[in-house]
Design a protein around this ligand. Structure first.
Ligand code: TPP
Ligand code: MG
Length: 664
């Protein structure tokens, strides 16, 4: 039987060889954390390499994602579908071993990491999801959801502000099944961290309410094992195991130095590593006895089998719950959801309320929420403004996690990345809210949701200068364009209760990416529609008002500016100028429609086109053309009542009319 050191050295060898072959990558972290990984993955991690989707597997997140070769080595050695050929293709085009771990590319990679700190946040989300799902589904003697979450992280993750946000919340929520391993190697890219990172990390995490295990020798398998045992004994608090490690362990000239963080060691040094570790095997050559000691396929199958037995017993005692658990973890919607949503949408058309879209959003949640126990809401301390709490909401607390609403506190970035972790965990459709302007605090998590193509729903209220007196610090201008330029994101800015209900339906039914729902603070006028028009809302853009004569001009608008567009079109109609109004609540969705449909809405030969939106102008030129006009924003807003700012910035019927007329 190979020794623990030899088993860890297999990770070191694969990592340094793959980085060398790619002539790019990060050998230091994998070589430094190999011993910790060896103990965790071979002894403790509950997983089945033949079924990476098993819902009750432990989750493992490499938050220091630059150490991707550590994860790829582990997956390969344990018997996941990641052949040596792929390890040799590290960082090459279309390989299963991208530079940083990417969700959806490699079996067993639970989330995309690389942007430091966010993996940690995703892990907190996964641990929270596990706790909530367990509270909702477990019954006495039936712990059908019962798994742990393990996170590897480095100095970088702890320096990032998001680590404060999410570890603080993890402490408050008492996530006792979360264990994080800190790769305390004293090195980051610029050198020894003592020049820029001198926190007392143990005290910091103690203050968060974590269980902290300090000064573990990260190269001593027994010490690591004992620390994990201790971590598991604490069930009310998350555990941080601070592991003293040497970056690039085994490299005689580079270990302990920043040189090995992010560059190949070089052939000469690699030869020396082989000598110093006593690893005589050739490049990419792993001896059979090492492979067999790592192989987790049989133990994995057995672990899942044992769970399946538990599931059968659970199903026998609680058939309905078992079916519901299956539905939810597969991400399927209840059969009646779409029909009910469509019914609600028609009802909204009939009832014709003039209310703020944030209020319409809350009404929609009250309609859809009872149908969707998987909805898991939250807001960054703005529930009363975002209107994210509906009648069936129950807060999640450390003591009782059976609810469906998370009070995230003022932590926009943490909230958004936690939400991504919840989505990735499965069993939930989460939504998380803040003011649109503070999307920027969360920006990279929004981007990662898009990159991962996952169903995270971001709710953003107070969508423009229309929020009024809070002024330019709170008035979004460029944020809408930012969201719309994000690949895979669908951004909705509905103009009334009907479009709001469609937006929610679309976000909930969408399976291949996130949605942003943008709502107003102020009241919005209800619009008349035919059934065909209601159905066309789902296409992201449609003709809301058609003049009696063929249109000579088009006005394209969204959200709160629809009312203005309609009034301007009416007034122009009275002057004998037939104008079509196009409502474009979700331009990205509109862009996905057939050319035929798009041309039917925006005919190529009607060149007099004006877009109206209280957001950055530039986005709209792709629809109105360089010869078109945009009534929009090209500067920050002002602190004043909404009506006064709208008027001053040209959001008036007269100005829109004039912008149309000057094109005719
Ligand atoms: C948000 C973010 N900022 C910067 C980087 C670039 N970066 C990658 S690794 C790293 C240093 C990380 O130091 P540490 O976590 O200690 O890793 P180690 O060198 O110990 O492997 C930096 C700055 C990044 N990946 N993400
Ligand atoms: Mg470090």
């Amino acid at each position: 039987m190979p020794t623990p050191k030899e088993l860890a050295n297999a990770i070191r060898a694969l990592s340094m060889d793959a980085v060398q072959k790619a002539n790019s990558g990060h050998p230091g972290a994998p070589m430094g954390m190999a011993d910790i990984a060896q103990v965790l993955w071979r002894k403790w991690l509950k997983h089945n390499p033949s079924n990476p989707q098993w819902i009750d597997r432990d989750r493992f997140i490499l938050s220091n994602g630059h150490g991707s070769m550590l994860l790829y080595s582990l997956l390969h050695l344990c018997g996941y579908d990641l052949p040596l050929e792929q390890i040799k293709q590290f960082r090459q085009l279309h390989s299963q071993t991208p530079g940083h771990p990417e969700y959806g590319y490699t079996q067993g990679v639970e989330t995309t990491t690389g942007p430091l700190g966010q993996g940690l946040a995703n892990g907190v989300g996964m641990a929270l999801a596990e706790k909530i799902l367990a509270a909702q589904f477990n019954r006495p003697n039936h712990n059908i959801i019962d798994h742990k979450t393990y996170i590897f992280l480095g100095d970088g993750c702890l320096m990032e502000g998001i680590s404060h946000e999410v570890c603080s919340l993890a402490g408050t929520q008492g996530l006792g099944k979360l264990t994080a391993f800190y790769d305390d190697n004293g090195i980051s890219i610029d050198g020894e961290v003592k020049g820029w990172f001198t926190d007392d990390t143990a005290a910091r995490f103690g203050a968060y309410g974590w269980h902290v295990i300090e000064a573990i020798d990260g190269h001593d398998a027994d010490a690591i094992d004992a620390a994990i045992t201790l971590a598991h004994q604490e069930s009310d608090k998350p555990t941080l195991i601070i592991c003293k490690t040497i970056i690039g362990f085994g490299s005689p000239n580079k270990q302990g130095k920043e040189d090995c963080h992010g560059a190949p060691l070089g052939q000469d040094e690699i030869a020396l590593v082989r000598q110093s570790l006593g690893w005589p095997h050739a490049e990419f050559d792993i001896p059979a006895d090492i492979y067999s000691a790592w192989d987790a396929k049989t133990s994995g199958l057995n672990a899942e089998k044992a769970w399946t037995k538990k599931l059968l017993a659970y199903r026998k005692s609680y058939p309905e719950l078992a079916a519901e658990l299956k539905r939810r973890t597969q991400g399927d919607l209840p059969n009646n959801f779409v029909a009910n949503a469509d019914h609600y949408i028609l009802e909204q058309q009939r009832s014709g309320q003039n209310i703020a879209s944030r209020k319409a959003s809350q009404n929609t949640l009250n309609a859809y929420g009872p149908l969707l126990p998987e909805l898991l809401g939250g807001s960054a301390d703005l529930a009363g403004s975002n209107l994210t709490i509906w009648d069936g909401c129950k807060g999640i607390t450390s003591e009782d996690a059976s609810g469906n609403y998370i009070y995230y506190g003022v932590r926009e970035f943490g909230m958004s990345a936690i939400q991504n972790g919840i989505t990735l965990h499965g069993g939930f459709i989460p939504y998380a809210a803040t003011f649109l302007i503070f999307m920027e605090y969360a920006r990279n998590a929004v981007r990662l949701a898009s990159l991962m193509k996952i169903r995270s729903i971001f709710v953003y209220t107070h969508d423009s200068i229309g929020l009024g007196e809070d002024g330019p610090t709170h008035q979004p201008v460029e944020q809408l364009a930012n969201l719309r330029l994000t690949p895979n994101m669908i951004t909705w800015r509905p103009c009334d209760t009907v479009e709001t209900a469609v937006a929610w339906k679309s976000a909930i039914t969408r399976e291949d990416g996130p949605s942003s729902l943008i709502f107003s603070r102020q009241n919005l006028a209800h619009q008349d529609r035919s059934e065909q028009q209601i159905s066309d809302i789902h296409k992201g853009g449609y003709i809301l008002k058609e003049p009696h004569l063929p249109p000579v001009a088009l006005i394209i608008a969204t959200g709160s500016e629809i009312e203005l567009a309609m009034s301007a079109a009416d007034a122009l109609g009275e002057k004998g100028v037939p104008v079509r109004v196009i409502s474009m609540p979700a331009p990205q969705l509109f862009d996905m429609q057939s050319t035929e449909y798009r041309n039917s809405v925006i005919p190529t030969d009607v060149r007099a086109r004006v877009a109206v939106e209280a957001a950055h102008k530039d986005y709209w030129y792709k629809y109105v053309g360089i010869d078109g006009n945009v009534v929009g924003m090209d500067n920050f807003g002002d602190s004043a009542p909404a009506a006064a700012i709208f008027k001053e910035r040209g959001f008036t019927v007269e100005n829109v009319m004039q912008k149309v007329e000057c094109l005719l």
